[in-house]
Design a protein around this ligand. Sequence first.
Ligand SMILES: [Zn+2]
Length: 369
Amino acid sequence: MKFKSNPYLLVLFLPVIFIFLIRISHAKSNKAENIVLILVDGYRWQELFRGAEHDLLLSKKYNSGDSLERVNKYWDDDLTARRKKLMPFTWNYISEHGQLYGNRDLGNFVNVKNPYWISYPGRAEVLSGSVDSAINSNSYPNNTDMNVLEFLNGQNGYRDKVVTFACWGATGRCLNKENSRMLISVPWENIPGNNLTEAETLANEIQHYAPKTFGEDERLDFEVYALAKSYIKSKHPKVIYIDFGDPDEYAHSGKYKNYLDDIHNLDEMIGKLWKMMQADDFYKEKTAFFIVPDHGRGSGDQWTDHGSSVEHSNETWFMAMGPGIPAKGEMKMKTQIFQDQYAKTIAGLLGFDYTAPKPVGEAIESVKK
Ligand SMILES: [Zn+2]
């Protein structure tokens, strides 16, 4: 062929080859290969979008200690500055690089679809992508409905790379742990295996020394964080479900400052996890975060509670960030999303079409477009 021996022709084709290569790399970086699903039990959209609530922050009923310290830490008259004080990573970084849904002040509505507005049914809805009305309490036994984690664990390249670190024993039942091959870590299980890193060994150890503040069946969020982070760093799972629970517990006990402190810490932990994964070639620019609660809470004095008898506690939010998720920031369009739509959306980010024996909520189009 003449082409081979003619260097001028090659020069002519170089721009075409260059554009082709850019397209390939662009396409590659535009789809997530890994996903971290983070659940924050019972955290309200009100604090996420409005920051600390004035009356609750000053309330003597819901706080002990120095109100000046609380006000300095979490209050600002300006709403934008106030929510940034409470959740700096969310409002400095996710809002620049991802999407935030559920600000009802803007008409952007996210709701629980199941009729119970409590934790087990909420998790079941998030994970299975459907509402099973039989799942009506937190003491429900094994949930045998298909869930998106089990579905992903069955896909090529994802086998045995889907893991869960949960604060709560019920999360294990919700994922049918007893009959699953996936690693589903619930209190007080250690990261299994013999060749553990120092960080994994330490995470395993400290959970047994931490106080059982919320009872025998619940690990504190920092323990879940230590287990998940050390495991991710050493084992490189591709789908990670991290299940946090302290905000719900502090709210039930009517401790507003603790509720705020915990979400402030979780925001920082999520930021540090993101940073660690972006510094790791295995995850860098190939990993999406999807952050959700399981239900909302009431307003006014009912902020402590949730459930079908507590008005507004079916109002929620979610955030998403990573490849394939355009940076749109705080979503301002009037819309209605339900949490049974997350499962199909999450699988779709990885390029899979999640279906289950029961009808599954539609993928949320605006997350990808
Ligand atoms: Zn609760």
